[in-house]
Design a protein around this ligand. Structure first.
Ligand code: MOS
Length: 758
């Protein structure tokens, strides 16, 4: 374990640190060595004996029916063992189109001959080798009865969705927007378009499935083991405990691995059909369809400002898309509820149904799309008022949550603005656009964006064991998808047991362990961390009871609250020189191990009282080639406050990742959909652009200290998604400041600037 100097100031130790000092240390990832040496085994690295390979054949049309498949040709191919189609797919215990709760997504599991989107699985070819399965799939030569694809906002009748995101209302009104706009001294009205985006995890969705009677073993990347297990149990008619999912490593998830996907279930069914283990791994081009995407949005904002630059009205309307057969609505306007104050705020949605797969959660779902529109509009409002965009934000940011009137559980946004601005050098910024050039003649622009993300918690459980030798074992089914959960949660585990990190074994990544909840919504460290902390506390309480009730112990009579656990010993609180080692307590009591259990979840009473969010501010510099319109992000400085920092190195890395997503959103990512076929034309990582190292010149994330006593007992807020918000808008605003051209369709392209004569 490497200990490095703390890269940024940390909050001083607080009463939450009960048992130790691992929390707050900038440890490197515990799994880093395994990953860089190739020893980390991802799902597709598993090869059980007798393994067969499955390849899905996918539709090339967006809508219609499959009328013919040449199954005989595929089966005649050497090495092909079986072809699974609707005719022979093993039966399911649950209709894949059943929807028993809003977050049960409908799946395409060869239930019939219908095609509902391009790249939908229409058959599965199972063979002795990947090559044979791939060739067999090509021999199926499907024929279709195709119908015209509905691919754009105008192709389908708009309607008001029943709810958006995780059950939020589709219309929210606070105050009188019409009156606020009518009374305004200055108004801004603008429409922003964001594109369809795909998650593009480096590790494609995969499964290696082995059946043994009614026991099912799976190697399968998952952000939510218990959710996936429950969904599979329902579909397959198995008891959940008969399904064993191993998922120690994920090569990225970003929301697309939150639920069991259709192709993974097909791999499991293929294994059942042939009675041998089966591996199914999506090809890169097959990732653009059956495993989710981010809906495109069209967002119209109307802002009214008084003479002194205060908002008098804020209206945010979003049009989003979903599939023809299921419901998920990107909650793009929700961000306007919690960030800026106005006497009148209204948000509303429309949706259209298209011949795509169902969109899903993706990297700050709603906040990312909404933030880029809101932060652009706020910038336009500042310019309309003749104000510096940071000064405008400082005037208008909300001190309490505007609609509910709830106070924030903590809010260090002012410090984020101040620290970020100072580090960036914002003070020297000329207010009008197109004022700065560098030595090479490039146009230079500076922009700012506010970052915000809710502090969610789901539900998680953990087990903590103190073993005979005084060492610890902490078990929870948590998910390390690259964010460093394995490391941060182990730090919490060590402190929870009052042990050095080296003395605690941390087991994770299996559905046979206590459910750690979903690694999503930037909630995982808070949820699983609290469960681990509570499990440790439970074990320590049981240990303390053994000691304080025993006359032979130096702790006798101290009472449970009268001891503290540190360095593998219990100490008397009133006299710390009197202490006893865990191993000695257990040995004298003749006890082999002590087990504690704990849960983590949000406290509804606290949620009722407080509005809980992480905050931040991002400053961006771009340079634009005045002849070619080429845009480069040359500097990014973000300052973020998100409660207690468990591991500053990992938190900084999360912020860096989020800021890079922001660059990606503003300037790169865009799935180009063919109007005729509905297919994604750039379904690969060569043409679906994401930033590479050369696109990120300088990136800095400052950790602003913040103590939140209300969000949860550990004071943890999530850090995974916040940095995409703020950043994308800051870059868009910097492009305007460099060129004087306001581009409202994302990603911003050089041709947008050239067309506008920039
Ligand atoms: Mo995230 S979109 O909650 O994995």
């Amino acid at each position: 374990m490497t200990l490095a100097p703390t890269p940024a100031a940390l909050p001083a130790s607080s009463p939450h640190v009960r048992h130790g000092s691992s929390i707050g240390q900038p440890l490197t990832r515990r799994d880093g060595f395994l990953k860089v040496t190739g020893q980390a085994r991802y799902a597709a690295d598993h090869h059980p004996p007798g393994l067969l390979h499955a390849v899905i054949a996918v539709s090339t049309i967006a809508r219609g029916r499959v009328t013919a498949l040449d199954v005989a040709a595929a089966k005649a191919h050497p090495g092909v063992v079986e072809v699974m189609t609707p005719a022979n797919r093993p039966p399911l215990a649950l209709d894949p189109d059943a929807k028993n709760d809003p977050f049960m997504f409908k799946l395409e599991l060869l239930q019939d001959d219908r095609v509902r989107y391009p790249n939908q699985a229409i058959a599965v070819v199972i063979a002795e080798s990947l090559e044979a399965a791939t060739e067999g799939a090509a021999l199926l030569a499907p024929r279709y009865a195709a119908e015209p694809a509905r691919v754009g906002f105008g192709d389908s009748e708009p309607y008001v969705p029943p709810a958006v995101g995780m059950g939020m209302p589709a219309e929210v009104h606070h105050g009188d927007v019409a009156a606020g706009l009518a009374a305004a001294a200055t108004r801004v009205e603008a429409t922003y378009d964001t594109p369809t985006q795909y998650h593009n995890a480096i590790e494609p969705h995969a499964v290696v499935a082995t059946w043994d009677g009614d026991q099912l073993s799976l190697d399968m990347p998952s952000q939510g083991l218990e959710l996936a297990r429950g969904r599979l149990a329902g579909l397959l008619g198995l008891a959940p405990e008969n399904i064993h999912i191993r998922s120690p490593f994920l090569g990225g998830g970003f929301g697309s691995k939150g639920f069991a996907s259709g192709p993974q279930v097909l791999g499991i069914l293929a294994a059942r059909l042939v009675g041998r283990p089966v591996k199914l791994v999506l090809r890169r081009d097959q990732m653009y369809g059956p495993v989710g995407h981010r809906s495109p949005t069209r967002q119209r904002l109307r802002l009214g400002m008084t003479k002194d630059g205060s908002l008098s009205a804020l209206e945010h309307r979003a049009t989003v898309t979903t599939s023809t057969y299921d419901d998920f609505y990107e909650p793009a306007a929700g961000i306007s509820h919690a960030l800026y104050v106005s006497p009148a705020i209204a948000t509303a949605y429309q949706a259209v149904r298209l011949d795509t797969a169902t969109p899903t959660f993706m990297r700050a779902p709603g906040e990312a799309t909404g933030s880029i529109a809101l932060e652009s509009a706020i910038d336009e409002a500042a310019a309309a008022c003749g104000m510096d965009p940071l000064a405008f934000r400082l005037r208008n940011y909300a001190e309490v949550e505007p609609i509910s009137g709830k106070p924030f559980s903590s809010k260090a946004l002012r410090e984020c603005y101040a620290r970020g601005a100072e580090r960036f050098g914002w003070a020297g910024r000329p207010q009008p656009p197109r004022q700065m050039r560098d030595d090479d003649g490039f146009l230079v622009g500076w922009g700012v964006g506010t970052a915000i993300f809710p502090a969610f918690m789901f539900q998680g459980h953990a087990r903590a064991v103190i073993r005979r030798d005084g060492s610890g074992l902490v078990e929870t089914g948590a998910h390390d998808m690259g964010q460093g959960a394995w490391t941060a949660l182990a730090q919490i585990a060590a402190d929870g047991l009052g042990l050095d990190l080296e003395r605690v074994e941390f087991r994770s990544g299996s559905s046979d362990l206590p459910d750690a909840g979903l690694a999503g919504g930037s909630s995982h460290t808070a949820t699983a961390g609290l469960a681990i902390h509570n499990a440790g506390g439970d074990a320590i309480a049981k240990l303390a009871a053994l000691a304080t009730g025993d006359r032979r112990s130096p702790l006798y009579g101290a009472g449970n609250a009268g001891v503290i656990a540190r360095d593998g010993r219990l100490h008397r609180r009133d006299d710390e020189s009197r202490s006893e080692a865990y191993a000695d307590i257990l040995a004298r009591a003749g006890v082999d191990r002590i087990e504690g259990n704990g849960s983590g979840a949000a406290d509804p009473a606290s949620q009722e009282q407080w509005s809980m969010h992480a905050h931040g501010a991002v400053f961006a510099e771009v340079k634009v080639d005045p002849e070619l319109g080429q845009i480069r992000t040359t500097r990014l400085v973000g300052a973020f406050a998100a409660g207690r920092v468990i591991n500053p190195r990992l938190v900084q890395s999360q912020y860096h990742g989020g800021m890079i997503w922001g660059v990606s959103f503003a300037l790169h990512e865009h799935a180009i959909i063919d109007r005729r076929s509905g297919r994604v034309l750039n379904a690969d990582l060569a043409e679906y652009h994401v930033p590479v190292n050369a696109d990120i010149a300088s990136l800095e994330a400052l950790l602003v200290p913040e103590e939140d006593r209300h969000v949860n007992p550990l004071g943890i807020k999530g850090v995974g998604e916040i940095a995409i918000t703020g950043t994308a808008g800051a870059i868009a605003n910097a492009v305007w400041h460099a060129t004087g051209v306001r581009v409202r369709r994302f990603p911003i392209k050089l041709e947008d600037l050239l067309a506008a004569g920039a």
